[in-house]
Design a protein around this ligand. Structure first.
Ligand SMILES: NC(=O)c1ccc[n+]([C@@H]2O[C@H](COP(=O)([O-])OP(=O)(O)OC[C@H]3O[C@@H](n4cnc5c(N)ncnc54)[C@H](O)[C@@H]3O)[C@@H](O)[C@H]2O)c1
Ligand SMILES: N[C@H](CO)Cc1c[nH]c[nH+]1
Ligand SMILES: [Zn+2]
Length: 427
């Protein structure tokens, strides 16, 4: 991992550039696949599953018996771990329920909101290089709490056309029955457009590689909402002399192993720590089964020696990491200044993997700098709100003159009349 010492502020953006594929190139591919999905439906899904995943699929839908049988293939130990994670995710997301209060904005003018679930949703579960069954929990549990009626789930098949049993077990746990063995752009196209087998949905959720993320962004043009751009994983660690080099290296590697296009950043004002982490990285990397992937990601990654904690914070806010780890003595000084980050992990005993699996927070988070403007997935992502208002005669007498003046100023006479006609009528 390259080390950079005391970079100039003007150079921060270039040093921290993410290893993204040219968006325009991907957009063309996405456009073509979407066009074929619209024209040929399931046949296009089969064609691209063969093209990208090298597997011939007859039955796109996973049968209920495959879902039911999945638990035979996973250990009790894993089932228990999944159940504990599910409990914590449920507890954290249930607590996010918002009850809307009725507000009287002016005497006689009552306004309130009602939250309703998004009826039809699509979940994308990554499976290209690792079967991320934890994502089923992260999306399925809040969707169930929100009471979404139709949940469609797509995930790529393995070389034998099968879905990992842990993904199916997690589907069973959260009562998801419409499961399809489709990945990548074609899966997003199927859920956005609809085919003979895959129902079209109103909103698509879930992380994925750059192709999946580009496809989700194109789905927006078809009036389908998306949760956010949740692309290749990233982490930024801020560490001082109180950090443990072994822990820091392990955290960096935990996100580097996701994919060759992941990026990890370490910021410190303590040069000795950077050197120690560098040594640890080499030691730990060698032992990883995904060494090759993590090595590529480390080539996109940087260790940066900065002047101070204040400067580190400024860089971090500019970078807007998906995950921010604080391994520092005076965390409170930094916590107050965090403006842009998907999820924050505080102290030596809070590995980022805790949020990936089991602490309760959601791991579907904005990447590629989108943490400047997007939040991660939460209960509200699965709901929308409708506003209501009721105005009494007295209320309209109080508010009406202002509406009339504003409508007149906007030269919208009919708007004004809708108020005046009422105020002028005595009943
Ligand atoms: N931001 C988050 O919240 C978050 C959470 C979990 C995972 N992730 C990220 O999700 C990603 C998972 O990626 P993955 O690849 O393992 O699985 P994936 O399921 O996202 O993608 C696999 C699919 O990509 C398609 N594909 C592969 N090569 C292609 C190409 N050249 N052109 C078009 N399509 C192609 C194939 O159809 C394949 O099925 C990783 O980058 C990981 O970092 C992000
Ligand atoms: N770190 C990923 C989000 O960027 C989520 C994940 C799932 N499994 C392991 N990790
Ligand atoms: Zn992870």
């Amino acid at each position: 991992m390259q080390t950079i010492k005391y970079p100039q502020k003007n150079d921060w953006n270039q040093i921290l550039a993410r290893p993204t594929i040219e968006l325009e190139e991907m957009k063309e591919v996405v456009k073509q696949i979407f066009k074929e999905v619209k024209a040929d439906g399931d046949a296009a899904l089969r064609k691209y599953t063969w093209f990208y995943d090298r597997v011939k699929i007859d039955e796109l839908a996973v049968s209920q018996s495959e879902i039911d049988d999945s638990e035979q293939f996973i250990s009790d130990e894993l089932k228990q771990a999944i159940q504990l994670a599910a409990k914590n995710i449920e507890t954290f997301h249930k607590a996010q329920k918002i009850e809307s209060d009725l507000i009287e904005t002016t005497e006689g003018v009552s306004c309130w909101r009602k939250f309703t679930p998004i009826d039809k949703i699509g979940l994308y579960i990554p499976g290209g290089s690792a079967p991320l069954f934890s994502t089923v929990l992260m999306l399925g549990i809040p969707a169930r709490i929100a009471n979404c009626q139709e949940i469609v789930l797509c995930t790529p098949p393995d070389k034998n056309g099968q879905i990992n049993p842990a993904i199916l077990y997690a589907c069973k746990l959260v009562s998801i029955t419409k499961v399809f063995r489709i990945g990548g752009i074609q899966a997003i196209g199927a859920m956005a457009i609809g085919t003979e087998s895959v129902p079209a949905v109103y909103k698509i959720f879930g992380p994925g590689n750059q192709f999946v993320t580009a496809a989700k962004q194109t789905a927006i043009q078809l009036s389908v909402a998306i949760d956010m751009p949740a692309g290749p994983s990233e982490v930024l660690v801020m560490a001082d002399e109180s950090a443990v080099p072994e822990f820091v290296a392990a955290d960096l590697l935990s996100q580097a192993e996701h994919g060759a296009d992941s990026q990890v950043i370490l910021l410190s004002w303590n040069e000795k720590l950077l050197d120690a982490v560098q040594i640890e990285l080499k030691k730990q990397l060698k032992k990883l089964s995904r060494e090759a992937i993590a090595t590529k990601a480390l080539n996109n990654s940087k260790m940066i020696l900065v002047e101070s904690a204040v400067e580190a914070l400024e860089i971090s806010n500019q970078y807007a990491p998906e995950h921010l780890i604080l391994s520092v003595k005076n965390e409170d000084e930094i916590l107050n200044g965090i403006q842009n980050a998907g999820s924050v992990f505080i102290g030596n005993y809070t590995p980022e993997s805790a949020g990936d699996y089991a602490s309760g927070t959601n791991h579907t988070l904005p990447t590629n700098g989108y943490a400047k403007s997007y939040s991660g997935v939460g209960l509200n992502s699965f709901m929308k709100s409708i506003t209501f208002q009721k105005i009494t005669r007295k209320g309209l007498e109080n508010l009406g003159p202002s509406i009339e003046i504003m409508a007149e100023a906007e030269q919208l006479e009919a708007h004004k009349n809708a108020v005046s006609i009422r105020l002028n009528k005595t009943c």
